[in-house]
Ligand binder design. Sequence first.
Ligand SMILES: O=C(CO)[C@H](O)[C@H](O)COP(=O)(O)O
Length: 226
Amino acid sequence: MTTTFRIAPSILSADFARLGEEVKSVIDAGADWIHFDVMDNHYVPNLTFGPMICQALKPHAKTTAGVAVPIDVHLMISPVDALAASFAEAGADLISFHPDASAHVHRSIQAIKSKGVKAGLVFNPAEPLDVLEWTIDEIDLILIMSVNPGFGGQSFIDSALRKIEQARKLIEASGKDIRLEVDGGIKVDNIRRVADAGADTFVAGSAIFGKPDYKGVIDQMRLALG
Ligand SMILES: O=C(CO)[C@H](O)[C@H](O)COP(=O)(O)O
């Protein structure tokens, strides 16, 4: 496997009063993707932001050279389909959702892809990967949660490592180009273990936005990844 690692800072831990500047700063610091956590106070016990904020941030999601940086939307909402369509129209490049939040998982994937947006499925810490048996040929990304969704700043749940290994085997068996993303409690001192288990894309919120020097943290993460 040749791996191009991606680091996706979660703006859940950014300063919400200065979101545009925060997106710009973290891109200048070397972010590959911007991770956008959408919570509805129904699927998860917290409330964040919707498609209008995504649309407002879209012009900020580019490098100083003008290269667009993908907006990676993680929907922690139920139902899925109406807001997924709105996020696609608001400029999302990838949209992932939780299978247990959608009445018709295959239909939700198709609806996202029909908008020209990449689609992903998200798995909570206590959920098996079974649904991938029926969907892996349709998706572009698998997101393994290494915390229970809803809040930043939680500790990495070690059992996620075994699930990452399982997901990597399924991806290899599929022969498809599918990103394997991990979200929750990712830090400089554990990112290598997560990569060794098979992940190639790393969401980090508090580890980056909790420090004054975003570039310092992202550089250390890349160094750890080798
Ligand atoms: O999806 C999330 C929570 O539901 C966050 O993206 C995730 O927890 C990242 O935050 P941190 O790196 O601080 O753990």
